[in-house]
Design a protein around this ligand. Structure first.
Ligand code: NAP
Length: 283
């Protein structure tokens, strides 16, 4: 959107800028997050880690719809990442994709380098990439524990470190937590710990960036219909979560993307250092 993150500007006329901003604040257009029409560039650039599918893909598409040039990221599913880029381009947006394992600091640096070479800088970073392995403490394997720490905790740190170094004045940075940090259900222990750390990271980084007009927040989705949540769950288990959700359905990736879009709009900047529970009211 034209007035995205224009936090240093004091005056805004009721103009096309305002109208475009208003459209950025409307709820997700559809459950699939498909952009309905071409939107002019807002001159800003976003990196969304883990955006080949799920919440990240919806976020990349939504931000492109809002006018951002976007870098899409995957770790293995290159074809899916390329598909997200094609969808963005078909809707009139600009995007590139880059394979980079967020648990590897050098790969994350490359992700930012490639973005800067393609688009000239970075204004928004959504540290979204994540994995979930569930088991009671007694059964959790070292391999699953270490993998979650590497991707969720170290990957989140690697991404935030680069974001802290590079995001331009007036930008936005998001970590991805989970409402499980409040729900605290059995089998979620180590996963919830990696997600809770994202809330601490966002709050502390927001303070460290004092004076740069960059807002940093943790997004905490609830239950969202992606493979991360659905894989390994019975229909009955899923129905149990739906029953606990006031809106009577699982979240869709586009619901989370819409919340991130909202915080990227001009009016969203005062929300800073917070954990934003985008969960349909499940907690
Ligand atoms: N779904 C939920 O109910 C829910 C709830 C709360 C929080 N969350 C959080 O939301 C985020 C996205 O979850 P999701 O449900 O959209 O998951 P998803 O559908 O499983 O997608 C995960 C994404 O992360 C990427 N990824 C995984 N490991 C990576 C790595 N090492 N480096 C770079 N990218 C990597 C995947 O890339 P490939 O396609 O290449 O594998 C994919 O794009 C996660 O941080 C998750 O913890 C999800």
């Amino acid at each position: 959107m034209a007035d995205y993150m224009d936090t240093t500007s004091q005056e805004h006329s009721l103009s096309r800028r305002t109208l475009l901003a208003a459209s950025a604040l409307t709820p997700a257009l559809s459950a699939t997050g498909t952009a309905a029409q071409t939107t002019p560039s807002n001159g800003k650039v976003a990196i969304v880690t883990g955006s080949s599918r799920g919440i990240g893909a919806a976020t990349a598409k939504r931000l492109a719809q809002d006018g951002f040039r976007v870098t899409v990221n995957c770790v293995v599913n290159r074809d899916l990442a390329a598909g997200v880029v094609r969808e963005i381009e078909a809707a009139g947006g600009e995007a590139i994709w880059e394979q980079a394992d967020v648990s590897d600091p050098a790969s994350v640096r490359r992700l930012f380098d490639v973005t800067e070479r393609a688009f000239g800088g970075t204004d928004v970073v959504v540290a979204n990439a994540g994995i979930m392995r569930l088991a009671p403490f007694a059964d959790m394997t070292d391999e699953d524990f270490d993998h979650m720490v590497a991707v969720n905790l170290k990957g989140g740190f690697n991404t935030l470190r680069e974001a802290a170094r590079r995001v331009r004045e007036g930008g936005r940075i998001f970590t991805t937590s989970s409402s499980i940090t409040t729900l605290r259900s059995p089998t979620y222990g180590p996963y919830a710990a990696t997600k809770g750390s994202m809330e601490l990271f966002a709050n502390i980084l927001a303070k460290e960036l004092q004076g740069r007009m960059v807002s940093v927040n943790a997004i905490a989705p609830g239950v969202v219909a992606t493979s991360l949540f659905l894989d390994g769950k019975t229909e009955q288990q899923v129905a149990g979560f739906v029953q606990r959700t006031p809106h009577g359905r699982l979240g869709e990736p586009a619901d989370i993307a819409a919340a991130i879009s909202l915080l990227c709009s001009q009016g969203g900047w005062w929300v800073n250092g917070q954990t934003v529970l985008a969960n349909g009211g499940i907690v």
